[in-house]
Design a protein around this ligand. Structure first.
Ligand SMILES: *Cc1c(COP(=O)(O)O)cnc(C)c1O
Length: 424
């Protein structure tokens, strides 16, 4: 099946007389005929659902669909994108270890890495875009467990050179984890370029309607966790499952099985069946929406670029953008998704004035849904970051993040035009 078909058909296929749409299994638990059978589930010697904190049939269908969309061997949905980021790291790193992350990432992830992971004893070493491969190599030691980056960075809109960073990571025997939230598997499937684990905030385009918060981790099944004895969490016995060794018992699915059976069991960042159902509805129309988001955003970026009141525009689909060549290489048809960032001449004050004058585009702490919306990261989502962190995320004081929706493009541009007139 082509990816557009998978968005509709994957994950759930009804048998004779069964519900056409994915059923919502609104149940916390599952019934078994014998205690012996249930015991086998607890030993991980038999697959099956036992408790919705760990798995659920509705959620499982959506996980199968997303794994198929990304070309992975398995996926695990989480209660939020943040939970996906956290579990993707904790699954292989622990106190005393360190991780490498591109500095140009989502502010919430920077907080997670710099504040909470630090408290848990995991150090994050940030890589800036100007660093050479040798400089990156020199940050990596035998306690380094992974390399983390975003396909299209939120909100800097830097398009990742996935092949380059995958090569650096693999040379050092560590996996590349890519947050593919902004691109979605419609525009980019990072596994095809060497990434090992993909995560998403499904809250964004995948849901697409600003309805449910969620996340997902997808495993390519390609990384060799036995290399160098570097990943004891996966290659030594888990006493909480009677000595199961994930790489021996679950082979290439070791990472994703452990994420569920150990970390989801213990952390409980579980998605609900109803939210999985809503996410699935969003996924059905993802290809149509992403195409329209991308076309509308390019038109907005071009309009802004030609306007005298605008200081700069970042959009990977613009020919003169720093990321243009990489967008052409890594993103389907060079489509660059729906987020455009730009700066208004006159600094922070003018930026806020412009936003206050928008009518169709609403000020919300959200991005990547069907409705056009706008945000001033420096005073909101990225408020906690230092000036250097802001700079690394590609954010200036007059920086506006516009999430272009799928409304009629004429209405979107007219709204921007009237707000710009009022600022001047
Ligand atoms: C929003 C976002 C997250 C966090 O996801 P939540 O669903 O809000 O927890 C992580 N990464 C990126 C790129 C995001 O845009």
């Amino acid at each position: 099946m082509k990816i557009n078909t998978k968005c509709i058909q994957s994950g759930y296929s009804p048998k004779n007389g069964e519900s056409r749409q994915l059923p919502i299994y609104q149940s916390t638990t599952y019934k078994y005929d014998s205690s012996e059978e249930l015991a086998q589930l607890f030993d991980l010697s038999k697959p099956g659902h036992m408790y919705t904190r760990i798995s659920n049939p509705t959620v499982e269908a959506v996980e199968a669909k997303i794994a198929d969309l990304e070309g992975g061997i398995g996926a695990m949905c989480t209660s939020s994108g943040q939970a996906a980021s956290l579990i993707s790291v904790l699954n292989i790193a622990e106190a005393g270890d360190n991780i490498i992350s591109l500095a140009t990432i989502y502010g919430g992830t920077t907080n997670l890495f710099s504040v909470t992971l630090k408290k848990m004893g995991i150090e994050t070493r940030y890589v800036t875009l100007d660093m050479s491969d040798d400089e990156i190599d020199s940050l990596i030691d035998d306690k380094t467990k992974l390399f983390f980056a975003e396909t299209i960075a939120n909100p800097a809109l830097y398009v990742l050179d996935i092949e380059r960073y995958a090569t650096v990571a693999h040379k050092n025997n560590i996996p590349l984890i890519v947050d593919n939230t902004f691109a979605t598997p419609i525009l980019c499937r990072p596994f095809e370029f060497g990434a090992d684990i993909v995560i998403h905030s499904t809250t964004k385009y995948m849901d697409g309607h600003a309805t449910v918060v969620g996340g997902v981790i997808v495993d390519s099944g390609k990384f060799d966790w036995t290399v160098d004895n570097k990943f004891p969490q996966l290659t030594t016995p888990d006493e909480s499952y009677h000595g199961v060794i994930y790489t021996e018992n679950f082979k290439e699915a070791a990472y994703i099985v452990k994420a569920r059976t150990q970390l989801m069991r213990d952390l409980g960042s579980t998605p609900q069946p109803m939210t999985a159902f809503l996410l699935n509805l969003g996924l059905e129309t993802l290809p149509l929406r992403i195409e329209r988001h991308s076309q509308n955003a390019l038109a907005v970026a071009r309009f802004l670029q030609d306007n005298d009141l605008i200081e700069y525009v970042n959009y990977p689909g613009l020919e003169n953008d720093d990321s243009y060549e990489r967008a052409q290489k890594y993103l389907y048809k060079g489509y660059s998704s729906g987020v455009v960032s730009f700066g208004i001449k006159g600094g922070r004050k003018k930026a806020q004035e412009f936003m206050d004058n928008l009518k169709l585009a609403k000020i919300v702490v959200h991005v990547a849904d069907a409705r056009t919306c706008v945000l001033h990261p420096a005073s909101t989502t990225h408020r906690q970051l230092t000036d250097t962190q802001l700079e690394n995320c590609g954010i200036k004081a007059n920086f506006i993040r516009l999430s272009v929706g799928i409304e009629d493009i004429d209405d979107i541009i007219e709204d921007i035009e009237q707000a710009l007139k009022k600022v001047n």
